[in-house]
Design a protein around this ligand. Structure first.
Ligand code: BMA
Length: 313
């Protein structure tokens, strides 16, 4: 295997950037991780996944001017807890929001969990003050979905991970004329294709970033270690711009693996998991990720470095 002297991702020395202690004490937040992120009017808006000690999940917005120091708003996002359909399929559990800007609208695909297992659900906002729930956009057994930032061949597009068996799954692409009805689904790649460290399951992470080389796509890959526990790492690939079911290149190596204490120790040990990244105008990428399902972290890399990684340079 070829090796580069440059690390692919550099962890921020102030990690973790958010923990439960940063939220108002009365909210009793224990864990904050796997948050969505987007830049809105020069402010970094993080849609945090937070959990309290009763294991109730909420989305809670935290804002930052520099992408590293975040201040949570006084209250969590108000999603329609009382909508009968929303209630039937969420039982108070919704998580892993992935935010994508399409035109002037910000869409958030997230997992919603109930006795019916997990479905993808869609929320939209124009200003991060009012949120509109648009409905469920998958059947059960699908918990990782992310929208592309623009239509492809006239249709909205998304990557997701329908489970293809007990605790296994591959990355698929689907298309939609209206973001609600999805079809033309194709498998993009399977958990054993191209990478040796993700034989259990793979799923999309951050919204794909458009580059001249293709859609730069950061994903998670999971392996079952010693038959007992999952290890979650992050990988990167380039998908064809016009036909994202085609993988143009993929890094053999993981771009981030659990190594620091805050990634190895927590409510789920050995997990780095991303729901979002910000690509800056100068080519830098801030990659936001959850550590051990407990804390929120960030690392930096660049479009150029990730494209090199995809070609194993
Ligand atoms: C996945 C998701 C993530 C979580 C990860 C590791 O299936 O549920 O929310 O971070 O497992 O536990």
């Amino acid at each position: 295997m070829k090796t580069s002297k440059y690390p692919i991702c550099k962890r921020y020395e102030g990690n973790p950037i958010l923990t439960g202690k940063d939220f108002p004490p009365e909210a009793d937040i224990k864990n904050v991780f796997n948050s969505g992120i987007v830049k809105y009017n020069n402010t970094y808006i993080m849609v945090c996944r937070v959990e309290n000690s009763a294991l109730v999940d909420r989305f809670w917005i935290a804002e930052s001017a520099d992408g590293y120091h975040f201040k949570p708003r006084p209250k969590p996002v108000d999603l329609p807890h009382d909508d009968p359909e929303f209630k039937e399929y969420t039982c108070g559990m919704y998580y892993d929001p992935r935010v994508t800007k399409i035109g002037d609208v910000y869409y958030m695909v997230h997992a919603a969990h109930s006795g019916h297992t997990c479905r993808l659900s869609l929320v939209k906002t124009g200003d991060f003050k009012k949120f509109q729930w648009m409905g469920f956009i998958s059947e059960t057994d699908n918990r990782n979905g992310v929208l592309f930032p623009e239509k492809i061949n006239g249709l909205y597009a998304r990557l997701d991970r329908p489970n293809t068996g007990a605790d296994t799954g591959d990355i698929w692409v689907s298309y939609s004329p209206d973001l609600i009805f999805w079809g033309k689904s194709k498998c993009v790649f399977r958990n054993w294709q191209g990478i040796r460290w993700a034989w259990t399951k793979i799923g999309p992470g951050a919204a794909p970033i458009k580059t001249a080389e293709g859609w730069l796509t950061i994903f998670h890959g999971v392996r079952t270690q010693c038959k007992s526990h999952f290890v979650y790492q992050l990988g990167v690939c380039l998908l064809d711009l016009k036909n994202p079911s085609k993988v143009k290149a993929m890094s053999e190596k993981a771009i981030l693996i659990p190594e620091e204490l805050y990634e190895l120790v927590g409510q789920t040990p050995s997990v780095v998991f991303t729901c979002g990244a910000v690509a800056e105008n100068n080519g830098e990428i801030k990659l936001y990720y959850g550590g051990a399902d407990t804390v929120q972290c960030v690392a930096t890399t660049s479009v150029e470095r990730l494209i090199d990684a995809c070609y194993n340079r």
